[in-house]
Every structure is written in structure tokens, then in C-alpha cells.
Design a protein around this ligand. Structure first.
Ligand code: SF4
Length: 386
């Protein structure tokens, strides 16, 4: 419920000591039982924080459990091949996080004797660890006085302090970070950070915040000033997503499908996908699919190209891109075929449906494979193919 107090009420300024105490009391009663909060360790905190970037808690939970069961510590992760790590990340999106996490584990083992450093600056030097993750890990894993400004924190602070400047501007974020840091108590910094995130997730929700149940309502300037709380934080409209059309080629050989590895700098870099190219303006989609097949290293001859058959259209929305894939089946030449795809197994591979779960495959690629009637087998809770 959105509760708005009369605008004539004085606007309280959240006072550091006064706000932390009721917030921590509330957190002690309402904290969710999440797997990374059980048996906490710096390693588990880092894994969870990287997984939670851009991804909601409910999605992360099963991935986290599988991941730490397979790689229980930095040494195990550092010893893993990149492909094993991205395979366990399959479907979670933003695959650079998986590669960064493995490289961070290598750095922790090589440079820090296997123990994660506790200072924000040293954490920021690790691959994939930005200011937010460094602050979250320093506070949660080491109880350092730091503040991790995530989307929940931005919303809570913008309302608590009645900040009406657009929150997606760097200057506003820096301001909100300073406001948040000033509220962090000298002890229980980790719990305070998690309490702010939890408050944003459970009470100070984007729409219709439950102000009547809020432990810090007495300190909330937005509520006291009668602001339209749903409208905070203010955001500048994003530019429209880029529209991209691609053609994907499904080439099969003896029950296996040809997949190529996405290259650094490409969308979904490091994951395995159907050969694809962007459809240039004016080019028929089927021609683009033929180009993708030719460029893939598969031995598709003229007859196979001519027999290209449309399988369907797949749409996938990324943060900044709106992707439409036209999926075509092409026929591989049977005898005497070139074996370019066999010669570079780290870049091209013939994959049986039962092997898909062992590769890093994005949700988008799963959809394109499903258009061809190809699906991976389900995994059990230990991450093994069932
Ligand atoms: Fe309401 Fe509490 Fe959020 Fe203020 S901080 S808007 S009182 S839920």
C-alpha cells in the first residue's frame, strides 16, 4: 500500500544511528533463508553476488546450489576449465560473469594464497568485480564499513531522502552512494547492507511500497513529504533497444547439430550457439542463413544450401537489444565432406542433444534449438544430465 503523509509534515532526515537500529531489528526477524546466507564464506558471498547481478533471487538459487556443489572453493574453481564453468552457468545469462568468476578464482589462488582479500580496493582489482560487488563482499563477508548500492538500495535511498534527480545519472548514483554509506553503522555492516537490499525487495517495492509495515518509516522524507513514491526513483527514459535480425543455420550430421563458439566481442561471447549472421537490409533471410552455414566450417554443398527450409522465428529481448532470429535447416553434404568443423573442436562442434547440458548454452540458443526440435536433457539437482 502506498501511504502518503500530508506534505505539511516536516521532512525527517534519516539519522545514521537512529535508522540502523530499527532496520537491523526488522532484518533479524524477516531475513529470507537463502543458500548463500547459510554457511557463509567469502567464496560463497562472491559467487552469489556475481550471480545476483542482473538476475533475480529465485532464478539464482538453484544455479548457486549447483555451482558451489561442483566448485566448493576458489581452488576448485581455479582448477576448472572455462567450459565447465560456463556450462553450469547455462541459462543464467550474462556469461561474462562466469568467465570473470573463474579468472577471479585464478587470481585469488595465484596472488592471495587462495584467500579473498577483504579491502574494497583489492577486491576491485579482481576480474568482474566492480564497485558494487567489491563493497558488497567487503561488507557481507568481512564486515567492512562499505555500502553496496544496488537497484533496491537506489530505490530505498531515493525515497528515504526524497531524491528526485534521475537515478541513472552517475552523479545521482554517487550522491545516493554517499547517503547510503553515511547510514552504515560501525558494526554489522554486512547485515545492514543486506537489510537495505531486503527492505527494497520485501517492503519498499517498486510499485505500492508497504510503508505501513516499514521499519524506517519514521525516517522517510519521501513519505513525510507526500511524494508519489511509485515515481521514485526518477529515471531518465532509456533509448529504444536496438532491433537486430539474424539468421541461424541448423546443420545436422548423424543426429548431431553443429554449434559454433561465440567470439570475444560478440553478443553472448564464449557460449555455444547455432551458426548465425546478421541479416543485412534487403538480404533475404534464407540467403543470410546460407552465409552462416558457409562461414561455419560445415560442409554444406549447393544442394544443401538450395534445400534450406524455414523452421521458425525466435524473439529474445536483451537489456539493450531486441533480437529476432530466423531459423533455417540446411543439409550437410554426406560423403567426402570437408571436416573444418572437426579440426577446431574448441570453436566448432557436432553436439548430440544429450551433450547440450555440458556446454555453455544461452537461453536464446535454447530457443533457436527448440525451433528445430532439438532440446537438452534435464539436469538433476547435482547438475548431471538425467
Ligand atoms: Fe515507504 Fe519505507 Fe520505502 Fe519510505 S522507505 S517509501 S516508508 S517503504
Amino acid at each position: 500500500m502506498t501511504a502518503a503523509a500530508p506534505s505539511s509534515m516536516p521532512a525527517p532526515a534519516p539519522a545514521p544511528g537512529a535508522l540502523a537500529a530499527p532496520l537491523l531489528r526488522w532484518f533479524d526477524r524477516h531475513r529470507r533463508d537463502l543458500p548463500w546466507r547459510r554457511r557463509p564464506s567469502p567464496y560463497r558471498t562472491l559467487v552469489s553476488e556475481l550471480m545476483l547481478q542482473q538476475t533475480v533471487v529465485a532464478t539464482v538459487v538453484p544455479y548457486f546450489e549447483r555451482f558451489v556443489a561442483r566448485f566448493p572453493d576458489f581452488a576448485a574453481l581455479a582448477a576448472a576449465r572455462e567450459e565447465e564453468v560456463t556450462a553450469l552457468w547455462s541459462g543464467l545469462g550474462y556469461y561474462a560473469r562466469a568467465r570473470h568468476l573463474r579468472r577471479a578464482a585464478l587470481a585469488v589462488v595465484a596472488q592471495h594464497g587462495g584467500a579473498l582479500p577483504s579491502e574494497e580496493e583489492a577486491l576491485r582489482a579482481l576480474p568482474g568485480v566492480g564497485p558494487y560487488t567489491a563493497a558488497a563482499v567487503a561488507a557481507i563477508a568481512f564486515d567492512r564499513r562499505a555500502f553496496a548500492l544496488d537497484g533496491n538500495g537506489i530505490r530505498v535511498l531515493a525515497r528515504l531522502h526524497a531524491v528526485r534527480a534521475p537515478s541513472n545519472l552517475p552523479a545521482t548514483r554517487a550522491h545516493l552512494h554517499r547517503l547510503g554509506l553515511a547510514l552504515v553503522p560501525p558494526t554489522r555492516a554486512g547485515d545492514f547492507n543486506q537489510a537495505m537490499m531486503e527492505l527494497g525487495a520485501l517492503v519498499c517495492s517498486p510499485r505500492a511500497p508497504s510503508c505501513d509495515q516499514c521499519p524506517v518509516r519514521a525516517h522517510c522524507a519521501g513519505l513525510a513529504q507526500g511524494l508519489a513514491l511509485d515515481a521514485l526513483p526518477v529515471k531518465q527514459p532509456r533509448p529504444a533497444r536496438q532491433q537486430i535480425r539474424i539468421a541461424c543455420a541448423v546443420v545436422q550430421r548423424r543426429g548431431r547439430v553443429l554449434l559454433v563458439r561465440r567470439q570475444p566481442g560478440e553478443l553472448l561471447a564464449g557460449t555455444w550457439a547455432l551458426p548465425s549472421v546478421v541479416i543485412a537490409d534487403g538480404t533475404p533471410a534464407v540467403e543470410a542463413a546460407r552465409s552462416a552455414a558457409r562461414a561455419s566450417g560445415a560442409a554444406v554443398d549447393d544442394a544443401g544450401l538450395a534445400a534450406a527450409r524455414a523452421l521458425g522465428r525466435v524473439r529474445h529481448v536483451f537489456t539493450h537489444r531486441d533480437l529476432t532470429a530466423e531459423v533455417f535447416a540446411l543439409t550437410e553434404r554426406a560423403a567426402g565432406a570437408a571436416r573444418a568443423a572437426d579440426a577446431a573442436p574448441d570453436q566448432h562442434r557436432w553436439v548430440a542433444p544429450g551433450e547440450l547440458g555440458e556446454l555453455g548454452i544461452s537461453s536464446f540458443t535454447r530457443k533457436t534449438l527448440a525451433a528445430a526440435g532439438i532440446g537438452e536433457r534435464k539436469r538433476d539437482s547435482r547438475g548431471k544430465s538425467a
